[in-house]
Design a protein around this ligand. Structure first.
Ligand SMILES: Nc1ncnc2c1ncn2[C@@H]1O[C@H](COP(=O)(O)OP(=O)(O)OP(=O)(O)O)[C@@H](O)[C@H]1O
Ligand SMILES: [Mg+2]
Length: 227
């Protein structure tokens, strides 16, 4: 079953009096449960593609479908619940709220939907990622790897079907990066979710079910990995 699909999407930005095309007629269909890597050099359009696939921004043309539902023309208030529950995000620079503790950061998306089990779920996740002892630390009291593990918990608290990660190990040293990646993959398996991950790393791409290679806003290669 296809859980996520881009149909002939294009994204152009107006810069000064010029239009710059950063994604050019990109189509991709992601089956449920897949670990898809989007790879490509800096400026090739990876973040832009992730932003469009997840409904954070709109394509200039083309359609985006999540679970078969066309989300392209949905309004902000219609997209919000989708973003909060069907989708989880992990960013390179963590994006934790500095004034909230680890526990509060994780609970936040569950509280938005008035989940009475928010605290219980956050505790289970904190335990799962080995950070229960850090529950009451603020982000500035956590290491980079710990911050990313907290950000992963926050992305997962509403049990999303699709997790998007934009260079989630990009700000971490190689040991911490490896641990974070392994955690994302273990959690994906446990929860049978779909993982769409942007990376420069050939080593990470080798672990994916499939790699889409972007160059100058076009898909130049789309292939399953042979494990
Ligand atoms: N808001 C914007 N306005 C104009 N141009 C933009 C905008 N956002 C991105 N771009 C341009 O679009 C292109 C693709 O950007 P994008 O951030 O998707 O690249 P990327 O593949 O994620 O690169 P990196 O690996 O450096 O993160 C770049 O040339 C960038 O300058
Ligand atoms: Mg990027």
């Amino acid at each position: 079953m296809t859980i996520l699909e881009a149909r002939q999407i294009t994204k152009t930005y107006a810069v000064g009096d010029r239009n710059i095309c950063v994604l050019d007629n990109v189509s991709v269909a992601v089956p449920a449960g897949e670990f898809l890597v989007i790879k490509g050099s800096s400026g090739s359009g990876k973040t832009t593609l992730l932003t469009l696939l997840s409904g954070l921004d709109k394509p200039s043309s083309g359609r985006i479908l999540i679970e078969g539902r066309d989300i392209t023309d949905l309004k902000e208030d219609e997209l919000a619940p989708l973003r909060n529950t069907t989708i989880g995000f992990v960013f390179q620079s963590f994006h934790l709220a500095p004034s909230l503790t680890a526990m509060e950061n994780i609970m936040f998306p569950a509280e938005l939907r008035r989940d009475v089990r928010a605290e219980e779920k956050a505790e289970i996740l904190l335990r799962r990622v080995g950070l229960i002892e850090r529950s009451h630390n603020f982000p500035h009291q956590l290491s980079g790897g710990e911050k990313q593990r907290v950000a992963i918990c926050r992305a997962l608290i509403n049990d999303p079907k699709i997790v998007f990660a934009d260079e989630p190990t990009g700000n971490l040293d190689s040991a911490n990066g490896k641990a974070v990646l392994e955690l994302l993959l273990e959690l994906q398996k446990e929860r049978q979710s779909t993982l769409v991950l942007v990376t420069h790393s050939t080593e990470i791409a080798e672990m994916a079910d499939r790699v889409v290679l972007l160059k100058d806003g076009k898909i130049v290669c789309d292939g399953a990995r042979v494990h």
